[in-house]
Ligand binder design. Structure first.
Ligand code: 4NP
Length: 157
């Protein structure tokens, strides 16, 4: 059983998107028993909320139904519980590294775009919150590519 936690700032746009895409891929491959997937936000102010309406709309246009509820990242519990903690951007990674208490925890931190398979200029999944429709489409393009790469990575090991 591989336990994966996707992390962004608010847990209402990028990380619930990654969670929904990964869960869909795992389900399609009948690997539900091999994965536990969740997401969390480094800022807990949206706790309890559904993903942002724009994120849900753009995800549903690609066949994903996002129905997770936002929650804060809990350093002590989450570093213990999860095998991989995957941040979306530079700021997320920096913050996760500051919250990690030892090297064992630090080795669990990964960057979403490191799993991208397509040649892309993007070294992070950019925050779409203050962007328009294009920003959400870009997030979904990057997440679909990176989640596919992550699934391959996990299936090889
Ligand atoms: P996310 O996007 O980190 O992808 O969920 C954001 C959501 C909310 C805020 C920032 C980014 N916010 O400032 O409230």
């Amino acid at each position: 059983m591989k336990k994966i936690l996707f992390v962004c700032l608010g847990n209402i746009c990028r990380s619930p998107g990654a969670e929904g895409i990964m869960k869909d891929l795992v389900r399609k491959n009948r690997r539900d028993a091999n994965f536990y997937i969740d997401s969390a936000g480094l800022y807990g102010g949206h706790a309890g909320a559904l993903p942002d309406a724009r994120m849900r709309k753009h995800a549903s246009m690609r066949g994903y139904s996002l129905d997770s509820r936002a929650r804060a990242f809990y350093p002590s519990a989450d570093f213990l519980e999860f095998d991989m903690i995957i941040g979306m951007d530079e700021q997320n990674i920096r913050q996760l590294n500051l919250l990690a208490e030892n090297d064992e925890e630090r080795t669990k931190i990964f960057r979403m775009t490191d799993f991208c398979r397509k040649d892309t200029e993007y070294k992070e999944v950019p925050d779409p919150y203050y962007e328009g429709a294009d920003g959400f489409e870009l997030v979904l393009d990057l997440l679909e590519d990176a989640v596919g790469g992550l699934y391959e990575y996990c299936s090889k090991k």
